[in-house]
Design a protein around this ligand. Structure first.
Ligand SMILES: [Fe+2]
Ligand SMILES: [Fe+2]
Length: 153
C-alpha cells in the first residue's frame, strides 16, 4: 500500500483509539456504578495499548502520529462533562457499542487491503487483528449490558 495512504489510515485508527481512551476515562469518572467504572477503566487501558501499538508502527514508518481533529471532536466533542447524567446509562451503553462496532468495521475493512508480501503490512495485520478482537469483546460486553438494562427497565 502507498505509504501516505497507509499513514492516513493509521492516524485515523490512532485518533479513534485515543478518542476512546478519553471517552471511557470521562465516563468512568462520572459513573456511580463501581462495576461499570471498573470495566470502563479496564477498557481505557486496553484502548491506550491499542493507540500505543499503532503509534509504534507509525514511528517505524518514519512519521509521527497525528490526531484527526474532525473524528476526535465527533466522538468526544459531543460529550460535555455531565453527559452521563444527561444521556443516562442506557444510551451510554448504546453509544459505546456503536463506537466499538465502527472500530471493528474499519479494522476489518482496512485489514482486507493489507499486502501480506510487505513486511511492515504483515506486522501491522497482526497488531490490527489483535486490536479488533479486543474491540469485539468490548462490543459484546456493551451489547450484553444494554440488553439486560432494557429487560430490567
Ligand atoms: Fe481499541
Ligand atoms: Fe474497544
Amino acid at each position: 500500500m502507498n505509504r501516505n495512504i497507509l499513514l492516513k489510515w493509521l492516524n485515523w485508527f490512532y485518533t479513534l483509539e485515543m478518542s476512546q481512551v478519553e471517552l471511557y476515562l470521562n465516563q468512568a469518572k462520572q459513573s456511580n456504578d463501581t462495576y461499570l467504572t471498573g470495566v470502563l477503566l479496564n477498557m481505557a487501558e486496553t484502548e491506550t495499548k491499542h493507540a500505543k501499538s499503532i503509534k509504534e508502527i507509525i514511528i517505524k514508518l518514519d512519521s509521527q502520529p497525528m490526531l484527526v481533529d474532525k473524528l476526535l471532536s465527533q466522538i468526544i466533542g459531543l460529550l460535555p462533562a455531565q453527559l452521563f447524567s444527561i444521556i443516562g446509562e442506557y444510551n451510554l451503553l448504546w453509544y459505546n457499542f456503536t463506537l466499538e462496532s465502527i472500530a471493528i468495521h474499519d479494522y476489518r475493512f482496512f485489514l482486507s487491503f493489507l499486502d501480506i508480501n510487505s513486511k511492515i503490512e504483515r506486522e501491522l495485520a497482526v497488531v490490527l487483528l489483535n486490536n479488533m478482537i479486543e474491540e469485539d469483546l468490548h462490543r459484546h460486553w456493551f451489547k450484553g449490558q444494554w440488553d439486560s438494562f432494557k429487560r430490567n427497565k
